[in-house]
Design a protein around this ligand. Structure first.
Ligand code: IPM
Ligand code: MN
Length: 351
């Protein structure tokens, strides 16, 4: 297969972890006779510095033309404590999601047998956890009407959803559930929010089309609690943008390190793969960041193009590195650890 992939390394540790995912993907391409063309493009603070805009038109054109996008991370501390900044790296991410039509964000949470005792949660609570949070990504309060009034003393953000936006996300949720444990949980706040009531109503009306799927409806506050109590009870969760943002960070610690969890964003036009961690500026340039979340994101990419063996080869070699303790310092418990690039080289050698 021939794949054209846009590479948006972004900020902080983005470029370092992306390098490892590229090395691993190239090794896979060589082993299974594929051809991958990588086209780098600017995004985030790096793009603001270069051209004054976090998601330049040129970057969008490269992403649109590509079969898929591999994304590192964006964000820079100099913007975080400056509410007056007019242009922010995160705006680039939101613009990109919207312009590429990436309405469904797939964030899996699973455990690695060799790491199960690294989780802050007890083994018996997390064993067998294999859930996917499907987060709506291009609507809701992130994209609703917002502003200031009352001479700047009142601020508002609004959460709006249309039935169509909920339906297309829910279709993906039902379809995903059909390929897995056939359980779907719709997470909302329908006891308070009108938009949540529309979510519930819409999903309820779809149940008859998927008779094999067991559907449940839970409030987001209760799910925040149950996710750390009994995460293994969930299969596929569908939820709106902001709830999904919060729950996926929460779920990411179940596995023991945020540096492990991959994600995919899919929708109408394109597909994007990225680690769920951020730009981790404190570690930038030090060659210490864990590259596995990005490497596993590349595995999700291969899987989505039907290259199941290739994806499994990546997951197997990642598992092997964890079992053999060939890990970055976040997973080393103060013991022997390896550099980002060393882990990447080890993976390549063992493919
Ligand atoms: C994420 C991030 C983004 C989000 C930020 C950086 C805008 O937290 O991808 O989860 O809130 O969606
Ligand atoms: Mn987030």
């Amino acid at each position: 297969m021939k794949l054209n992939i846009a590479v948006l390394a972004g900020d902080g540790i983005g470029p370092e972890v992306i390098d490892q995912a590229i090395k691993v993907s190239n090794a896979i391409a060589e082993k299974y006779n594929h051809e991958i063309n990588w086209t780098p493009a600017l995004t985030g603070a790096a793009a603001i510095d270069a051209v004054g805009e976090p998601y330049p038109d040129e970057t969008h054109a490269i992403c649109e033309a590509a079969d898929a996008v591999l994304f590192g991370a964006i964000g820079h501390p100099r913007f975080d404590n400056d509410p007056s900044a007019k242009v922010r790296p995160e705006q680039g991410l939101l613009k990109m999601r919207k312009k590429l039509g990436l309405f469904a964000n797939v964030r899996p949470t699973f455990t690695f047998p060799s790491l199960i005792d690294k989780s802050p949660l007890k083994r018996e609570r997390i064993e067998g956890t294999d859930l996917i949070i499907l987060r709506e990504l291009t609507s809701g309060v992130y994209f609703g009407e917002r502003g200031r009034k009352d001479n700047g003393n009142t601020a508002f953000d609004t959460m709006t959803y249309t039935r169509d936006e909920i339906t297309r996300l829910a279709v993906k949720g039902f379809e995903l559930a059909m390929t897995r444990g056939k359980k779907l949980c719709c997470v909302d706040k329908a006891n308070v929010l009108e938009s949540s009531r529309l979510w519930r109503e819409t999903v309820q009306a779809m149940e008859k089309d998927y008779p094999e799927v067991t559907v449940s409806y839970e409030f987001v506050d209760a799910v925040a609690m149950r996710l750390v109590q009994w995460p293994s009870e969930y299969d596929v969760i569908i939820t709106e943008n902001l709830f999904g943002d919060i729950l996926t960070d929460e779920a990411s610690v179940i596995s023991g390190s945020m540096g492990l969890m991959p994600s995919a964003s899919v929708g109408t036009k394109n597909k994007l793969y990225e680690p769920i961690h951020g730009s981790y500026p404190q570690a930038a340039g030090k060659d210490i960041a864990n590259p596995l979340a990005t490497v596993l994101s590349a595995a999700m990419l291969f899987e989505d193009f039907g290259l199941t063996t290739e994806a499994q080869t990546i997951r197997d070699v990642v598992n092997k590195s964890l079992e053999e303790g060939y890990v970055t310092e976040d997973l080393a418990d103060g013991g022997e650890s390896f550099k980002t690039s060393e882990v990447g080289n080890w993976l390549v050698k063992n493919i």
